[in-house]
Structures are given as structure tokens and as C-alpha cells.
Design a protein around this ligand. Structure first.
Ligand SMILES: *Cc1c(COP(=O)(O)O)cnc(C)c1O
Length: 766
């Protein structure tokens, strides 16, 4: 193992700097370790030691003085307390107790069982002790590597010359040109030498799950609670298609979340399934909520199937699969236990698209709210597809497909045909290695602490936002300029009898108690009526921030600040938010969060407020925007821009329009697969958005926001769903009125004619 100096040894000893025999002995040990290339972090108190450990989670060994004197400033923390804390977070790191031989009889069994050995520093030589520590640290570091990554590193270190693909041969080919050399230097030698792909028998094969790849997948299954896990190198986009191609055949009825990702629609097309949609709710702010549980009732499902003209055999109501996005893009997660209870006996297969939810299993806050929650052989077989790269630590496209065996059979060799169909025969092995490492990171206790850190940071931010709002209100008795952003979250936390604001609620309570975050049927803050008790929860790490403009009931207010202006400002100042709605935007607190990152966001929101309140000239706030569109924006202030934009949205009124769109679906005329067939054959024509009524659309149209499809392939907008056409036209108009703030509408072709943008949508030729 190279680079030992990057994995420090932490010594916690209050006598390190004293002029005593013990102090001298400890210093000698430090000297020896440093001579062996270790870096050493010295801590003189228990608290200091804990901090050193928490800020160096990659430490390789801990040495702690048993006679550490507890101090009042430390809450009288003893060596035993420090050991307990370290062990909770890391069950494997070697811990040595530094003590006298005579003292050992006084050490409680609970401590003895948690440490790896003793150091008798007055008796053994410093060289002997340092050697002992070094061996333990090296053994530990060798063992922290998960199977695939270790095999890959060994291979890369051992074999310098390759004659196999990839053709760049460990990066050497890049050195033959200037651009190539810059590329090589930028990524570094190891990244290129580790780009091995399948030509290396030592690493097994992803396609047949053999060797260390297979071992890594089995380990992941164990850690993520699955019967079987597949590593997918094409993102959850590929994972979703694998699930479907492995279980669904042409003509099968499938229940699909209308709030599904494009890849699920692609899977519907590829399999030739007949989709029957589950309609998610939507609140006044335009936030997409859960599919209410009444949508899952047998009689409601039966009615949907009866009403669907595409069902091949109306006598057969068998549903092959149900697919639900969990959590939603807006951070709502379901009680999967309740969902399965509702669907029990109704479907053999249940697919949760958990692209944003790979961490759920590792914190008790999410208990019973993710796909792999418990074994249940009589319920549906559950698939969970997770974009490891989105919320855990993995390279882009790194995704996992988990299977929990229930009553629907999943015969691995047959299912693997679908896996191979969607997997390159030259998969990117660095992605596989990152999935292996992500698994290792979440294994044991460390997963919980990593997730907890993200939740904690999110809670700190949520509380701070409430406190700031109150401060601003208190500081402005006249009520002028006293606006602030609102976090979409419960107004008060009910803990038995006490009612506290989220600001007052104890952090521990918020961290441990899912009840704090439930969308309770009796609460008004979330805006979803008739929700079942305990059914849906707001995930605290997904923070939706509301801008002024829409009242909780969904009415447009006199005055408002469209979120697009705020997030454009943030983006130009280095803060990229996850998603922007009309009057809301979403920020994510993932495992990559660092303490203080949210402080920067807060500071920028303050700056935005100051610029807005002072109606600062757009020339200063968005200089590029004014340079590109001088006639449109020169001489205006940022508050002027917000007012214009808000007035435009208020006239429509955007919240109402979006609700209407979600209430009624267009009429299905042909299956998505048939619409796609027409598209490929050229039996389609582009139609301007304003003329879509009466046409059968051949593609999936998804405006962002709200990021939910408004038309699916094979559907026709009739008089009852004219709202969709009006909505698209108003987006188009918005683009023309507010250049620089154009909407993103997937599935449309934007053509600029006479300086105006027009959306074209492919429709089936009649
Ligand atoms: C991002 C996303 C996907 C696709 O995942 P990739 O890993 O980007 O391919 C699938 N489903 C949902 C809900 C997503 O948000």
C-alpha cells in the first residue's frame, strides 16, 4: 500500500507534551512512526481526539491513553467514551490502548472487547511499538478495499504492458499528440491504466457476473438488502429498461406513475406494453406530490383498465407490473409497506425507480419507505433501481438494480438476457469500481453516519431559513422589504403534547423521528388533501425553497418573485440548484455536502434580496443577459423584471393551468410502441404546439418545470385536455417575452421563425 502518509495515526494522550517518562515515551513513538512515513495527528484531550477522528475518517489507527484525564470543558469525557464513539462509527479501525500493565485489571470488559491491543510504552521499545502499529494499520488498510476495486488496483500495479483493448493501452496512445498528452496529464496515469474493460480475466466479467465483479455485486446485495444486485454502467436509464425487458412483453398491462422518468417511457416503447397511468397529486405551489393511495384501490385500477381502449383483451385485467417513482423528484417518499399492502395480490412485479433514493436503507428515518425494506415472499417481487452516482459516491452512469424476490419469478439466467441486451460488451470498469467502493462506504455503521451528516446539514439549513425569516420580520416593523424565502416544510413539529416550530424542535427529534416529516392528513402546510396517514413523507435532505408569489391555497398573489430569476442569479454566482419551478426551487443535501456549504447559499440569497429590494440595474445583476438582449432588458432593474414576469404568470394563472393539466389525461389512441413505430417509419409530421388539438402525438412531451410528462406517445389532446395545448403555447410566449429565461421542453423541436420561438411536436399522420 502506497501513500501511508495519507492515512494518519491519531494519538490521543494528555501527556504528549509533558516532561514525564510517559510523555517522553509517547514522543518517541511518534518519532518512530513519522520515520516510517506515517503522518501522526496529536490530540491532547478527549474532545480534541474525537474531532481529529471525525475530521479524518480515513485514519488508519487510533492510540488512546487510558489515563486520559476527563475535563469539565469536555463534558468529562473519558477514554472509554471516546472508544465507544469511534467504534460506533468504525467497527474495524485498530484502536490501541496506551496504559500500564498494572492498570489492566481495572479496565472494564466493555472496553477490552472493543479494542485491538495494548501498548506498554514504558516497557517495550518505541521501535517495537511503532512496528506493531504499522502492521495493524497496513492490515486494516488492506482490508478496507472492496473486492473488485482491490483486484483492479492489483492488476494495474502488476501489469504494465497490455496488448488488449481499450486501444489506448493504458493511456500510451494518448501520448502521441499534444491534445492527447494534455488529456493524459489531466486524468492522470492511473485513471487510464485502470480503464481495462473485459479483456482482463483476473477481474471476472460483468456480463456473466463472474469473478470479483460477481463478488462485488453479491456484497452490494447484502449491503443494500437485496436478494440479488446487478451493477449497471448505463445509469438508471439502462437499469429501468433492464427491469422491463426482463419482465414485460408486448400487450402486457402495466400500471405506471405518470410522474415517470423518460427511461420508463422508453421501456414502455421497447416492450410494447400497454400503460395505464397512476396520477400523482399536485399542490397549490405546483409541487408534484405522491400518487394517493386511492389510486391503488382495486376498483380504481379496474376502472382505469376498463376505460383504456388499448387493452387487448378487456376480459383479462391481469396487470404485469406497477412502476412508481420513489422518492419523487420533489423529495416525497412513500411508505412502500403501505404501497405493497395496497397492491398485494394485484401485481406480480413492482418496480420502484429510486434514482434519487439510494441512501434510504442506511438511516432509520426512512424505515419502511424504500424498495428493499423487508423480505416478503408472498408479496410482489420488487425491483429497485438506484442512480448511485446521483446521491451516493460513484462515477456518472453508476447505477444498481436490486431484486427482492416475491411471488413473481425472476430466473437469473433468463433475466440476464435483458441485462446483456442493455449492457455494452466493453463496460467502463472504473464505473464498476466506483459502485464497489460506494457499497463499501455504506456498509456497516459508516453508511448511517454518512447519511446522518447529510440530514443534519439539511436540518441546520432548514432551521436557519426559519430563523432568518423571523429576524427579517422583526427588524422591519413597517412591513416593508420584510419578505424572505419560505422552506416547504411542516410549520410545527408535534412531539407528543408539545407543539414546536421546526426551529425549536430538537435536532435529535428531527433526525430520528419520521413523524416530524410525514405529510399528515390533518396538516395544511403540504397542500395535499385526503392523504392517507403515514403514507408519504418529505425527505428532509431535499429542500424545496418557495419564492413569494403563490399563496398556500394556490392563488396567485399581487406580488411575486419567479424562481427562475433567483436561480439564474444563483447559477451566475456559482450555485447550481437541482431544479427550478415557477415559484420554487430545490436544493439537495447529498453525501457530498460539506459543513458550511449551505452558508454560501444563504449568503447568496441575502445578496439577492438586497439587489431585489434596491431594484439594482440588470446591467449589474445579469450583465450577459443585457449584452445579449439590450433592447429587451437595458435600463431595467431586477425588481422590474420580476414584476413583469410575475404579471405574465399571474395573467395565465400558471398554478391553475398546471393543476388542470394534471387533472385529466389526453386520450390514448395507440400504444407508445405503435406511435414510435410510426415515428421511425416517417409516418409523422411536425406540428406547431398551438395546433396540437385533435392530433395524436408521437413523442413524450415534458416541460421543465414541472418536469412531468404532459403528453405521452400515442395520446391525443381533445377538447377536454385543451389545457395542455394552452400551456405549451404560454410557455412558447414566455420564451419570446423573456429571452434568456427560455423553458426547457423535452420532446419538442424549437424553431425560430421571424425572431420568434415556436415549439414543434411530432404527430402521427392521420
Ligand atoms: C435521473 C433519473 C433516472 C435516470 O438515471 P441515470 O442514472 O441518469 O441514467 C431515472 N429515473 C429518475 C426518476 C431519474 O431522476
Amino acid at each position: 500500500m502506497d501513500h501511508l502518509d495519507e492515512f494518519p495515526v491519531i494519538i490521543i494522550d494528555d501527556e504528549l507534551h509533558s516532561d514525564t517518562a510517559e510523555g517522553r515515551a509517547s514522543r518517541e513513538i511518534v518519532k518512530e512512526l513519522k520515520g516510517d512515513d506515517f503522518s501522526v495527528i496529536e490530540a491532547l484531550t478527549a474532545r480534541d481526539g474525537v474531532h481529529a477522528f471525525l475530521s479524518h475518517p480515513h485514519a488508519s489507527c487510533i492510540i488512546i491513553d487510558w489515563e486520559l484525564t476527563p475535563e469539565a470543558a469536555d463534558g468529562m469525557r473519558t477514554a472509554a467514551d471516546v472508544i465507544t464513539l469511534i467504534r460506533e462509527r468504525n467497527p474495524k479501525i485498530p484502536i490501541f490502548l496506551n496504559t500500564e500493565k498494572l492498570a489492566i485489571s481495572a479496565i472494564p470488559l466493555g472496553v477490552i472487547s472493543r479494542i485491538d491491543g495494548y501498548i506498554w510504552k514504558l516497557e517495550d521499545t518505541p521501535g517495537f511499538i511503532a512496528g506493531h502499529i504499522k502492521r495493524a494499520a497496513q492490515d486494516y488498510l488492506a482490508d478496507v478495499l472492496p473486492p473488485f476495486f482491490r483486484g483492479m488496483m492489483d492488476y494495474v500495479e502488476e501489469y504494465r504492458y497490455s496488448w488488449h483493448t481499450p486501444g489506448h493501452m493504458g493511456g500510451v496512445a494518448f501520448l502521441k499528440s499534444a491534445a492527447g498528452r494534455i488529456f493524459y496529464n489531466f486524468f492522470g496515469e492511473n485513471a487510464l491504466r485502470a480503464d481495462l474493460s473485459v479483456s482482463v480475466p483476473e477481474l471476472g466479467s460483468l456480463l456473466d457476473h463472474s469473478g470479483v465483479v460477481g463478488e462485488a455485486e453479491r456484497k452490494a446485495a447484502e449491503v443494500f438488502g437485496a436478494n440479488r444486485t446487478y451493477f449497471v454502467t448505463g445509469g438508471t436509464s439502462a437499469a429501468n429498461k433492464i427491469v422491463w425487458l426482463g419482465t414485460v412483453t408486448p400487450g402486457d398491462i402495466v400500471l405506471v406513475d405518470r410522474n415517470c422518468h423518460a427511461s420508463v417511457m422508453h421501456a414502455i416503447i421497447m416492450t410494447g406494453a400497454v400503460p395505464v397511468y397512476l396520477i400523482p397529486s399536485r399542490n397549490g405551489y405546483g409541487i408534484i406530490g405522491p400518487i394517493m393511495s386511492r389510486e391503488l384501490r382495486p376498483e380504481v385500477i379496474a376502472e382505469k383498465i376498463r376505460a383504456c381502449p388499448l387493452v387487448p383483451d378487456p376480459a383479462s385485467q391481469a396487470v404485469r407490473m406497477a412502476a412508481i417513482t420513489n422518492s419523487t423528484y420533489d423529495g416525497i417518499c412513500y411508505s412502500t409497506e403501505m404501497v405493497e399492502e395496497h397492491l398485494r395480490g394485484r401485481v406480480p412485479y413492482l418496480h420502484y425507480d429510486e434514482a434519487w433514493f439510494g441512501y434510504a436503507r442506511f438511516h432509520p428515518l426512512y424505515a419502511g419507505r424504500f424498495g428493499m425494506h423487508a423480505r416478503d415472499e408472498v408479496g410482489p417481487t420488487v425491483f429497485a433501481t438506484q442512480s448511485t452516482h446521483k446521491v451516493l459516491a460513484a462515477f456518472s452512469q453508476g447505477s444498481m438494480l436490486h431484486v427482492r424476490q416475491g411471488r413473481g419469478p425472476v430466473d437469473h439466467p433468463r433475466f440476464n438476457e435483458a441485462f446483456m441486451m442493455l449492457t455494452s460488451t466493453s463496460p467502463q470498469y472504473t464505473i464498476v469500481a466506483s459502485l464497489d467502493v460506494a457499497t463499501k462506504m455504506m456498509a456497516g455503521h459508516s453508511g448511517r453516519f454518512l447519511v446522518e451528516e447529510a440530514i443534519e446539514e439539511a436540518i441546520v439549513f432548514r432551521k436557519k431559513m426559519v430563523a432568518v425569516a423571523e429576524e427579517i420580520r422583526a427588524g422591519s416593523p413597517s412591513g416593508e422589504d420584510c419578505w424572505w424565502f419560505t422552506v416547504w416544510q411542516p410549520d410545527c413539529i408535534t412531539d407528543r403534547e408539545t407543539e414546536m416550530s421546526p426551529e425549536e424542535a430538537d435536532d435529535r427529534l428531527l433526525l430520528d423521528n419520521a413523524g416530524c416529516w410525514l405529510l399528515d392528513p390533518h396538516d395544511a402546510w403540504h397542500g395535499f388533501c385526503g392523504i392517507e396517514e403515514g403514507y408519504a413523507m418529505l425527505d428532509p435532505i431535499k429542500v424545496t425553497i418557495l419564492t413569494p408569489g403563490i399563496s398556500p391555497g394556490g392563488g396567485m398573489e399581487e406580488w411575486g418573485i419567479p424562481a427562475a430569476v433567483v436561480t439564474k442569479y444563483l447559477r451566475e454566482n456559482g450555485i447550481v440548484v437541482e431544479k427550478t419551478g415557477y415559484y420554487s426551487f430545490l436544493v439537495l443535501f447529498t453525501l457530498g455536502i460539506t459543513k458550511g456549504k449551505s452558508g454560501t447559499l444563504l449568503a447568496e440569497l441575502f445578496r439577492f434580496k438586497a439587489l431585489y429590494d434596491g431594484n439594482s440595474p440588470l446591467e449589474e445583476v445579469f450583465p450577459d443577459l443585457v449584452r445579449e438582449h439590450p433592447a429587451r432588458y437595458a435600463g431595467r432593474g431586477i425588481a422590474d423584471l420580476c414584476r413583469e414576469m410575475h404579471d405574465y404568470l399571474r395573467e395565465r394563472p400558471i398554478a391553475d393551468v398546471m393543476r388542470k393539466i394534471c387533472a385529466a389525461l389526453p386520450e390514448p389512441v395507440m400504444t407508445p410502441a405503435e406511435a414510435y413505430r410510426r415515428l421511425v417509419r416517417g409516418e409523422v409530421t411536425p406540428v406547431p404546439a398551438g395546433e396540437l388539438e385533435g392530433k395524436t402525438v408521437a413523442v413524450m412531451v415534458v416541460p421543465y418545470p414541472p418536469g412531468i410528462p404532459v403528453i405521452m406517445p400515442g395520446e391525443r389532446c381533445g377538447p377536454a385536455t385543451r389545457g395542455i395545448v394552452e400551456f405549451l403555447v404560454s410557455l412558447q410566449e414566455f420564451d419570446n417575452l423573456f429571452p434568456g429565461f427560455e423553458n426547457e421542453v423535452h420532446g419538442t423541436d424549437v424553431v425560430t421563425r421571424d425572431g420568434r420561438r415556436v415549439y414543434y411536436v411530432y404527430c402521427v399522420l392521420e
